[in-house]
Design a protein around this ligand. Structure first.
Ligand SMILES: Cc1cc2nc3c(=O)[nH]c(=O)nc-3n(C[C@H](O)[C@H](O)[C@H](O)COP(=O)(O)OP(=O)(O)OC[C@H]3O[C@@H](n4cnc5c(N)ncnc54)[C@H](O)[C@@H]3O)c2cc1C
Length: 308
């Protein structure tokens, strides 16, 4: 049986940081990643608030650096492996995936989060035909067209600004009368002549033929409904944790987010969690990286106690 010292589920900023630390401490480290390495950051064109870069850096390039650093230090990374369940027997974790079963002495869950869906009529039907959750990936398909962005946080407003590089107009549809986004981002939105705000409004339905043609919205104050003609609908309304593969009786969670202490320890001995999958107040690259380092240090203490 090939037993890793530490197995990390998820190759985003949290998982890669943890791997950099555990590999550098010479622990045999494996990352399992179901998609491409880099996590959510790879879907954003520009990261402006991650310290150490005086100029904005492309999300994909940033994560490529994380990955190359981890590999240089000895981390093994396997992509295309989706973890399906975890269990433990005699201090060894058994990690079952869509491919093989893996074994490790310590486990770090860094499986992050994913975009929430609107759950309205037409949304699923038009995914890939006008409905998108990634402006970086799909923005260029909407050159000189009009699109809607749904949401009011940093991601929604930043992605709306990015979309104005391609499209002729962006409607930002937000259910509240004010945004949650940082003031600096709000200022940029208000200075952008291609952006029109539709506040206190909720989307009801996405309509079209073969592709998206309009979105139906309702003003929450007046109750008025109206159709907005758009070719694209970009949804940025928050996140759901990627923790479905974890039995809640095995690791404690709240609303799906894993509960950890200040050392990133879960309630299960030898199992640690880091990043967006954790129950916490700020989900950003900087906090994911911080968690990853703390979790790795806790792994080190745990393995040393086991005499490894
Ligand atoms: C559009 C967008 C823009 C953003 N912009 C910024 C920004 O400018 N600045 C900033 O600080 N933050 C930004 N964020 C937030 C930031 O990306 C996240 O906080 C950060 O990526 C969290 O890192 P993580 O490693 O915890 O999780 P993730 O990045 O979500 O990575 C988790 C990884 O785990 C993998 N995974 C999940 N389940 C499994 C499984 N069962 N088996 C195997 N692998 C699995 C996923 O495929 C993923 O690669 C942005 C997010 C988005 C969506």
């Amino acid at each position: 049986m090939n037993i890793y010292d530490v197995l990390i589920i998820g190759g985003g900023p949290a998982g890669l940081t943890a791997a950099i630390y555990t590999s550098r401490a010479k622990f045999k480290t494996l990352i399992l990643e179901k998609m491409i390495v880099g996590g959510q950051v790879t879907t954003t064109h520009e990261v402006e608030n991650y310290p150490g870069f005086a100029e904005p850096i492309n999300g994909f390039l940033l994560m490529d650096n994380f990955q190359r650093q981890a590999k240089r230090l000895g981390t093994e990374i396997i992509t295309g492996v989706e973890v399906k369940s975890i269990s433990m027997s005699q201090d060894i974790f058994e990690i079952n995936s869509n491919k093989d079963t893996f074994y490790s002495r310590a486990l770090i869950i860094a499986s992050g989060a994913r975009y929430k869906k609107l759950g309205i009529k037409g949304e699923s039907q038009y995914i890939g035909r006008g409905v998108s959750y990634c402006a970086t990936c799909d923005g260029a398909f909407f050159r000189n067209m009009e699109v809607a962005v749904i949401g009011g946080g940093n991601s929604a407003l930043e992605e709306a600004i990015f979309l104005t590089k391609f499209v002729s107009k962006v409607y930002i549809i937000h259910r509240r009368g004010e945004f949650r986004a940082d003031k600096i981002v709000q200022e940029r939105v208000s200075q952008n002549s291609k952006i029109e705000l539709l506040l206190n409004s909720v989307p009801l339905e996405i309509k079209g033929g073969n592709v998206v043609e309009k979105i139906v919205i309702q003003n929450k104050i007046s109750g008025d409904m109206r159709d907005i003609n758009v070719s694209g609908v970009f949804v940025f309304i928050g996140l759901d944790p990627n923790t479905e593969f974890i039995d809640p009786s095995f690791i404690e969670s709240k609303d799906g987010y894993l509960i950890v202490d200040s050392e990133c320890k879960t309630n299960r001995n030898g199992c640690f969690a880091a990043g967006d999958a954790v129950h916490k107040s700020l989900r950003q690259i900087a906090t994911a990286v911080g968690d990853g380092a703390v979790a790795a240090n806790s792994v080190k203490n745990y393995l040393e106690k086991l005499g490894i």
